[in-house]
Write a protein that binds this ligand. Structure first.
Ligand code: ATP
Length: 353
């Protein structure tokens, strides 16, 4: 895929704070790239630089092979739109909010009407035209912000935490819209998130940003599943266990972690180790299942968080595990807080840090 935006050794300092440190990144045409990282890791800073809103302290930025500097920044800015984390809407109707950017770009009334209509449909906001944007719920306001950006139909769309703090319904509408515009119109999308599930569901590539450095970039299965010190240090990653590992005669290892938890790993290693298991590698079942998987635990669901098409569960077994199931399975299995479940995963799903 052709490179659309190239960042070369980008650094950004705010006084003593190094918000970004020597970031090299290529954004490819028609891809969805998520920037995954904990709070304060530099995601917003990076998006603002890619949007040509802020200039880097050091480094170069190229758009379609052309170096961007102050003199041609305005031209480059027209090729992309950024949706900010907190919707900044005008105290006016939804229609006027979405039409504003089009007006600035000199669209005729007819063209504006057509484009606003299309954007409303994309964000599933038909019928909201006359409502006051500021009176809508947080999630609906976020969809208006997205619709406002979509109406401009730029090649590059930058989204800062598009679903942070939203209810599941609005979050899944936004996720579906993002996938739709990428698939149907070939819009290149870069989205910042600290939601590991979203990074996996939405994207072609994930860039892991830790303390201003781009620790890893690649397809989700490589970045999110492979053994990676960077990923494990990402504070929100769950299912991390430390303990003493012993090699078993059959070639695997058994790790004894706190709380009497014993995990079997396919990696032969002895001594003190830290391992992690990705939530999606854990099978949730109502009864113990007969399988070749070496790790089976019984536990109780203690927390449920609905992420739209996926539901994340916290299960108290000997230790807390975080697992994910599809919404459909969640409903069909009638799971809820208090349900007793079995968790099953393979020894080969236990990754060493
Ligand atoms: P969050 O998920 O909390 O939004 P983030 O990953 O988007 O975080 P940034 O907002 O890019 O992180 O911030 C990176 C670092 O730069 C932080 O330490 C932040 O405090 C600092 N920073 C960002 N903007 C400014 C600013 N305008 N002035 C001073 N420091 C800033």
């Amino acid at each position: 895929m052709k490179c659309m935006v190239k960042l070369e050794a980008i650094s950004k300092r705010y006084g003593e704070i190094a918000a970004l440190d020597n970031v090299d990144l290529e954004i490819r045409e028609k891809e969805v790239l998520t920037l995954l990282g904990p709070n304060g890791s530099g995601k917003t800073t990076l998006l603002r630089i890619i949007a040509f809103i802020d200039s880097p302290t050091n480094g170069d930025l190229l758009f379609d092979g052309e170096r961007i500097y102050d003199g041609n920044k305005v031209m480059a800015r027209k090729k992309c739109t950024m949706v900010f984390q907190r919707a900044a809407l005008f105290n006016s109707t939804v229609y006027k909010n979405i039409a504003y950017g089009l007006k600035l770009r000199g669209c005729s009334k007819r063209e504006t009407k057509e484009k606003v209509g299309e954007a409303l449909a994309l964000a599933k906001l038909q019928g909201y035209e006359k409502r006051y944007a500021k009176k809508l719920s947080g999630g609906e306001q976020q969809r208006v912000s997205l619709a406002r950006a979509l109406a401009l139909n730029t090649q590059l769309l930058l989204l800062d935490e598009p679903t942070a703090n939203l209810d599941p319904k609005n979050a899944s509408i936004i996720e579906e819209t993002i996938s739709f515009v990428n698939r149907e119109f070939g819009t290149t999308i870069v989205a910042a998130t600290h939601n590991i599930f979203q990074a996996e569901i939405l994207t072609d590539r994930v860039g892991l940003l830790l303390a201003g450095r781009l620790a890893q970039v690649g397809p989700p299965h490589e970045v999110l599943r492979g053994p990676s010190t960077g990923l494990a240090s990402f504070a929100r990653l769950e299912n991390i266990f430390s303990g003493n590992s012993k090699i078993l005669p059959e070639g695997t290892s058994i790790i004894e972690a706190d709380g009497g938890l014993k995990i079997e790993s396919a990696t032969r290693k002895s001594g003190k180790v830290t391992v992690f298991v990705m939530p999606e590698d854990i099978i949730v079942s109502e009864r113990a299942i007969l399988s070749s998987a070496r790790n089976v635990f019984r536990g109780k669901i203690v927390d449920v968080s609905d992420l739209g098409s996926i539901v994340k569960l916290r299960v108290a077994a000997r230790r807390d595990f975080v697992v994910q199931v599809t919404k459909r399975s969640f409903v069909e299995m009638r799971l809820n807080v208090g349900s007793l479940v079995f968790l099953t995963f393979k020894a080969s799903s236990v990754h060493h840090v």
